[in-house]
Design a protein around this ligand. Structure first.
Ligand SMILES: [Zn+2]
Length: 309
């Protein structure tokens, strides 16, 4: 059964607090730091890295930096690792929860991707003490946007390749990408192909779980748990990665390295009029819906991580 946003109960106290917190992260990234990328705003990109690192540390992590050089400048992925699994095995199963923190040239990137970065921080904060037989890793990626996208300069690719080289047992990667825009208007949702309209809603009021063919079980299980816990409209699709939009974020790098990964997204390129424009500002976002989504994801990650393998 589809849940429509109008029928949702009001936010509970926990979600209200979360909505405020998320808005705070988005506004800091967009208003205090501003446009952040290597091309136009490298100092702000550096400031964003410092800010995220500080937040991770304040939640009790010992954040690590993965630094590499792109176009003559140092770039950083920031990593906050949760408690190691109780049962020590040589290669403990790992969940990576990731979001890119750079913005496209010419915008502060509120939805793309201060929203995903905010979700990453909020989840890292809430799950800092969580321990199970999986290790949780929260990673903020640099250089997702063009001209770095799907090149060796892309932060998530640098990270995923290093994990593969170390033979790390990443069983799931969740890519938090543009998660803050929802619309109740009919016809507000578009798709990469008209055929989608037969199966998926016409209104852009849902959160999407998008995977490739190999990640279809992960899409299914995370979507099912989300629907159980979140009471927020959600749709899932496991599709061939050649369809436009399917591979448009950091999960792509994990697919390339043979890992299962799913993108959690409001499908901005097919919904959000301000996608990759100067208009992508914090006032466009729906923090209450974003809070419902993040609250649901927290429970999804916990449930998946607790499940025996
Ligand atoms: Zn993005």
């Amino acid at each position: 059964m589809a849940v429509s946003v109008e029928a949702l109960p009001p936010l509970n106290e926990k979600q209200k607090k979360l909505a405020k917190e998320l808005e705070g992260y988005v506004k800091h990234l967009c208003h205090v730091i501003g446009e952040r990328n290597l091309t136009q705003a490298p100092e702000a990109l550096e400031k964003a890295a410092d800010y995220i690192e500080k937040q991770f540390a304040s939640f009790g992590y010992q954040p690590q930096r993965q630094t590499f050089v792109a176009r003559g400048k140092n770039c950083h992925n920031l990593i906050a690792s949760g408690p190691a699994p109780e049962q020590k095995t040589s290669s403990p199963p790992i969940f990576v929860i990731g979001a890119h923190y750079d913005s496209v040239v010419g915008t502060v990137g509120a939805n793309d991707n201060a929203s995903g970065t905010a979700a990453l921080l909020a989840l890292a904060k809430r799950l800092a003490k969580f321990s199970s037989e999986h290790q949780l890793r929260f990673v903020a990626f640099v250089n997702e946007e063009p001209p770095h996208f799907q090149t060796p300069e892309m932060g998530s690719w640098v990270y995923a390749k290093a994990c593969k080289q170390k033979k790390e047992n990443i069983v799931a990667m969740f890519s938090l990408e543009t998660m803050g825009y929802y619309s109740q208007k009919e016809g507000s949702q578009h798709y990469p192909h008209p055929l989608f309209k037969l199966f998926y809603p016409d209104r852009g009021n849902f959160i999407g779980f998008v995977g490739n063919f190999w990640s279809r079980r992960l899409v299914k299980s995370s979507l099912r748990l989300f629907q159980k816990y979140a009471k927020f409209p959600a749709q899932g699709a496991a599709l061939p990665s050649f369809i436009p939009g399917i591979g448009w974020s950091d999960h792509w790098a994990f697919w390339k390295c043979g890992y299962n990964a799913v993108m959690i997204t409001d499908t901005a390129p097919f919904r959000y009029l301000y996608y990759h424009t100067a208009e992508d500002s914090p006032d466009k976002l729906d923090y209450a819906s974003l809070a419902r989504v993040v609250d649901g994801l927290e429970q999804v990650i916990q449930a998946l991580a607790k499940k025996k393998k």
